[in-house]
Design a protein around this ligand. Structure first.
Ligand SMILES: Cc1cc2nc3c(=O)[nH]c(=O)nc-3n(C[C@H](O)[C@H](O)[C@H](O)COP(=O)(O)OP(=O)(O)OC[C@H]3O[C@@H](n4cnc5c(N)ncnc54)[C@H](O)[C@@H]3O)c2cc1C
Length: 374
């Protein structure tokens, strides 16, 4: 089998792996991205809401809170500078009855602690002036929430990484790995051109495959590999003109943000994602779930017509918590956690991972830096 050596390997060409590869390449590190599929961005990064989140929901001091707020700023700057399609459409988070108002204000207070200082509470009437089809008793407006073309972003990140010398190997699944005596890691790569690849630095950004990769590296401490649960999020599309010009979110639920309305860059509306715990990834959308969607959406949009929703697509959240358990934070695990020099493993990069991608890449780089002199 062919053998090769390189400074750094990034496993996974989703938005996180591509952002990390760009960061490493821009620091002068010779970087190879290994992607199992035949193209970039066919995993979680292709199946989400494409929302640039403001940073409202996440617990104080969590990586999600910090990296979402930092990542959002970086992402807007990046999109502007690189011509990546985005729109700062804003969103309304709505209380559909009086009992939800205290929880709505609690969310606003949490957002302020997280550094989101541009929220504005408005009455139901003011909300209807902005969005005449909306039914709610109160709401808050988040002007810094937006939408981004995720694929456009990934192409741009790859382009910049390549411009700084990084390379992408498609159809190159990482099968297993082991440590060399000098601490470097050797990966066995299958697929189109099987090889053994030895690297000084390793970023595991394989998302739904991240735990399997960590388990496959001989000597990686199993106690530091979190469990993985799959929370599918189903979407339904709405044919016809969108009734709203901003994103509309109900109050969040246990493992998701509630069945909300998002817009794509063409202004088309879609609803979702819901939360369906599954044993293994599958992307079928059961049309019967539509009943729950109609009920949830009519809470804030009563005039939704029967038959207006169509099953669209689904994504899988890589959850670290079991159904019913409290929400977990991102895990960006460097050597000080697992003891493997030069390795960073990312686990549980669910929402707001797309928003946070550039900040996550900076964090990964920070963790590697002790070992990363070019
Ligand atoms: C339903 C849903 C809605 C979401 N909405 C939003 C949102 O609105 N805003 C937001 O900020 N975030 C959102 N997110 C989160 C966001 O989509 C993710 O955090 C982000 O896309 C994760 O990117 P990734 O690169 O980690 O994963 P992926 O895009 O899945 O990339 C991982 C890559 O690794 C590859 N891979 C796996 N195993 C191997 C292997 N052994 N060898 C080589 N390659 C391998 C896969 O093929 C894949 O291409 C949402 C997520 C979901 C599920």
């Amino acid at each position: 089998m062919e053998r090769a050596e390189i400074d750094a390997v990034v496993i996974g060409a989703g938005v996180i792996g591509l952002a990390c590869a760009r960061r490493l390449a821009m620091a002068g590190i010779e970087t190879l991205i290994l992607e199992a599929e035949s193209d970039i961005g066919t995993g979680v990064s292709a199946r989400n809401s494409e929302v640039i989140h403001a940073g409202i929901y996440y617990p104080t001091g969590s990586l999600k809170a910090r990296l979402c707020v930092e990542g959002r700023r970086k992402l807007y700057e990046y999109c502007e500078a690189h011509g990546v399609a985005f729109k700062r459409v804003g969103k309304l988070v709505v209380a559909t009855d009086e009992t939800q108002i205290p929880a709505m204000r609690k969310l606003m207070a949490q957002a302020r602690v997280n550094g989101v200082d541009d929220l504005l509470e408005i009455s139901g009437e003011e909300a209807r002036r902005l969005e005449p089809a909306l039914s709610c008793v109160a709401a808050f407006h988040s002007p810094s929430t937006g939408i981004v073309g995720a694929h456009d972003l990934m192409l741009s990140l790859l382009g910049e990484a390549e411009a700084h010398g990084a390379a992408l190997a498609r159809q190159s699944p990482v099968l297993r790995g082991y440590l060399e005596d000098d601490g470097r890691v050797t990966l066995e790569v299958g697929g189109a051109s099987p090889m053994l690849l030895t690297a000084r630095l390793l970023v595991n950004a394989a998302s739904l495959g991240a735990q399997a990769i960590a388990h496959g590296i001989a000597g990686f401490p199993a106690a530091h590999i979190p469990p993985l649960y799959y929370a599918k999020g189903n979407y339904f599309s709405f044919s016809g003109r969108s009734p709203f010009s901003r994103l509309i979110y109900p109050m969040p639920e246990a493992a998701g943000l509630g069945v909300h309305l998002t817009l794509d860059l063409g202004g088309q509306a879609r609803f979702g994602p819901d939360v369906e715990w599954v044993d293994r990834p599958n992307y079928d959308v059961d049309p019967r779930r539509g009943d729950v969607f109609y009920a949830a959406i009519r809470g804030y949009w009563p005039s939704l017509r029967d038959g207006a929703l169509e099953p669209a697509y689904a994504g899988i959240r890589p959850k670290l918590q079991a159904p019913g358990a409290p929400g977990a934070d991102f895990r960006i695990d460097g050597p000080e956690r697992h003891g493997m020099t030069g390795q960073v493993h990312l686990f549980g990069i669910e929402s707001p991972g797309l928003t946070s991608s550039l900040a996550i890449a900076d964090e990964v780089w920070k963790q590697l830096q002790g070992n990363a002199e070019p």
